[in-house]
Design a protein around this ligand. Structure first.
Ligand SMILES: Nc1nc2c(ncn2[C@@H]2O[C@H](COP(=O)(O)OP(=O)(O)OP(=O)(O)O)[C@@H](O)[C@H]2O)c(=O)[nH]1
Ligand SMILES: [Mg+2]
Length: 658
């Protein structure tokens, strides 16, 4: 059985190679930016580059894991040892990915099917990392578009599919999680077809191959009538349907850098695709920068992707994906080119940031309690170090305040992952309210608009409409899906900050929401700020049960008994709209008089815990989130009540004068 399959593979490779020469020249040839005449091109039948794209949580990494497991390259125990985290995955290998159960960084894996090397690239599904998906797609010749068999296409499915079309790829659809009880395979297939039509797919693309899979069980089938037993149909599809790269191996070298890795030992590592010619270890090359500059350098080390890591090699040829060490200052979009005859490839765009946050030193009274790196210089150096590999991030000094830095990123998750990483490394810092980045278009202010999809039971729809409406969301589409109502909106990105928590509160946790970037549109007008005021501690000390007992009727507390608090710290949410200074450290007066009521016990409610992201969404302009390795606290920027009053008065006066 095994033997015949291997025989079948080599025969397939041969036929695929022949058929792809003409096939690729037709639609794929235009994708290869090489300038050499097409008759010199050859097909790399020994290679396939595939990206896996989907909406968040539709099962990409789980599928990649099982493809690795069934590749025959590893012993089972070897892989079991590498697996970990919330979903027990191998490929989601960094600690934050494991803890959150999401993929943050795209990852290359390489394995062999017969004699064919497959470069498989797992991509993150979260909208904040969409820019990375876009670049990864440029390295691939084909992609698997995964869609959850119950959820169907969601906003990020649309986004990544559009990007795949932009790159000239013809996606292979994988309807995944067919084992789900609530799977609606036919409906989902139709919805995907509609999405292809909506995005302007041509007839050939509309004829997309479909695979039905349950990635977690490691099974797939090309036809629902045939029971799925393993992932062989998926491997077969890689060989049959993903075009082999068509390249000119004898042309002068052209490799484009699509992503950057960083190591303390060797510095920047450029990862990208070789579009033409060959690259050798030790070769002297010209690095053609995006801004037109030319730098000469040596390739110190050359790596290919190999299983779960990289292995060093002497030479790699066009069509392959390589990692290159030794090019100082190498950046996304740069072309690594032949020294004499090198030509730059068309530049690739790097996603512009959409969200700003102020980062500054932690100057709360508790500074240095748990962190090792607390000075503004240390925070600053760490942020600039991050720029080496975090390509979608920007850092600049705040023109209004000398000791502050403005850090811009692709969204709240993108920046909060950076903050979380810094916190674990021992940094302390204060972070301001996230602000959406606006643009001037023809003299008018434009702001980012997001596409928002919400699913709720019909009974909670009213609350959702009210909440989204008040944040300037406009309903685009609404229909019923089983027991749920599915509603789609466009909404200013500003309106999304803090929406998730409020939505869950308003719908008793029943709403599911997804969003991603849609467009820049003229400013939509003011959006209401936080409705509730906060309770602010007037003392520095330990919170007492006695004080908490007295305060819990006035709102929800964020701290529990015996917790250390300081003057100016936000210790709770007030049930009214004004801020309330409170003495949360108040001790019970000791008296000799016993009263009958003193024995009545009140229970202290558990404090509301604020995670980093919730805290960032919660704060207002006059507040900071204080981030330290052991705690996340919210505070007023001005800690003393008298200073805050003075500031308010000055603001009012300025407003009156204007
Ligand atoms: N029922 C079912 N659940 C699955 C299947 N594959 C994955 N899951 C579950 O779906 C969840 C998300 O899986 P991941 O593989 O992390 O999804 P992902 O697409 O890589 O997610 P991101 O990388 O964060 O975008 C996990 O809880 C998996 O256990 C499947 O075939 N069937
Ligand atoms: Mg993943």
């Amino acid at each position: 059985m095994k033997k015949s399959r291997r025989g079948e593979n080599s025969w397939q490779i041969f036929t695929v190679a022949i058929s792809l020469i003409s096939y690729n020249a037709r639609w794929h040839g235009s994708r290869e930016p090489s300038r050499s005449p097409s008759f010199m091109k050859s097909t790399r039948a020994d290679l396939r580059n595939v990206a896996i794209i989907a909406h968040v949580d539709h099962g990409k990494t789980t599928l990649v894991d099982n493809m690795l497991r069934q590749s025959g390259l590893f012993r089972r125990e070897e892989l079991d040892k590498l697996a970990g985290g919330q979903h027990g995955l191998i490929v989601d290998s960094n600690p934050l990915e494991r803890e959150r159960g999401i993929t943050i960084l795209a990852k290359n894996i390489a394995f062999k099917i017969g004699n064919v090397k497959v470069n498989l690239i797992d991509t993150p599904g979260h909208a904040d990392f969409g820019g990375e998906v876009e670049r990864v797609l440029k390295m691939a010749d084909g992609c698997f578009l995964l869609v959850d068999a119950a959820e169907g296409p969601l906003p990020q499915t649309r986004f990544v599919l559009r990007k795949a079309f932009d790159c000239g790829l013809k996606p292979i659809v994988v309807i995944n999680k067919i084992d789900r009880q609530d799977a609606r395979i036919t409906d989902v297939h139709n919805a995907i077809f509609d999405l292809f039509v909506e995005l302007g797919a041509d007839d050939a693309a509309l004829d997309f191959p479909t695979i039905y899979a349950a990635g977690r069980q490691g099974i797939a089938t090309l036809d629902l009538a045939t029971p799925a037993t393993d992932l062989q149909p998926l491997y077969k599809t890689v060989l049959d349907k993903v075009p082999a790269p068509v390249v000119d191996l004898d042309a002068p070298l052209q490799m484009q850098v699509m992503s950057i890795d960083y190591s303390d030992y060797v510095g920047r590592i450029g990862i990208g695709r070789i579009f033409a010619g060959k690259i050798r270890k030790g070769q002297r090359i010209a690095l053609l920068k995006r801004d037109g500059k030319r730098v000469e350098a040596n390739i110190k080390q050359l790596f290919e992707f190999d299983r779960l890591g990289r292995s060093e090699c002497e030479e790699l040829s066009a069509g392959d994906i390589a990692a290159v060490v030794g090019l100082e200052g190498v950046d996304i979009g740069d072309t690594i080119a032949d020294l004499e005859k090198g030509e730059a490839l068309p530049p690739i765009s790097v996603d512009e940031p959409t969200l700003d946050m102020v980062f500054r030193v932690n100057d709360s009274p508790f500074v240095g309690r748990s962190g090792t790196y607390v000075t503004s210089r240390q925070v600053r150096d760490r942020l600039f170090h991050e720029l080496e590999s975090n390509v979608a991030m920007r850092v600049k000094p705040n023109p209004e305040k000398a000791d502050e830095l403005i850090v811009s990123g692709r969204g709240l998750l993108h920046l909060s992952i950076l903050i979380e990483t810094m916190r674990r490394e021992g940094y302390e810092l204060s972070v301001g309210k996230p602000r959406v980045i606006t643009r001037q278009v023809n003299g008018a202010m434009h702001e980012p608009i997001e596409y928002l999809v919400i699913e709720v039971p019909p009974s909670a729809l009213g609350a959702v409409m009210e909440l989204v409406g008040s944040r300037r969301g406009e309903c685009v589409k609404m229909d019923a899906r089983g027991d749920m109502t599915h509603a789609e909106f466009t909404i200013p990105a500003r309106g999304l900050i803090g929406l998730r928590t409020r939505l869950l509160n308003a719908t008793q946790g029943q709403a599911i929401m997804h969003h991603n970037f849609y467009d820049y549109q003229p400013y939509k007008g003011a959006i209401p700020a936080r409705i509730n005021g906060v309770m602010i501690s007037t003392e520095t000390g330990k919170a007492t049960s006695y004080a908490i007992e007295g305060l819990q009727d006035r709102g929800t507390l964020f701290v529990g008994p015996m917790e250390d608090v300081y003057e100016g710290q936000v210790v709770g949410e007030h049930c009214r709209d004004n801020d309330l200074p409170v003495n949360i450290c108040r001790e019970k007066k000791l008296t000799n008089v016993r009263s009958a009521t003193s024995e009545i016990k009140t229970t202290i409610k558990a404090p509301r815990t604020m995670t980093l992201e919730i805290a960032l969404e919660y704060i207002e302009e006059d507040e900071f989130v204080e981030v330290t390795p052991e705690a996340i606290r919210m505070r007023k920027i001005l800690l003393k009540e008298a200073d805050r009053r003075k500031f308010d008065r000055a603001q009012r006066n300025r407003y009156d004068r204007n």
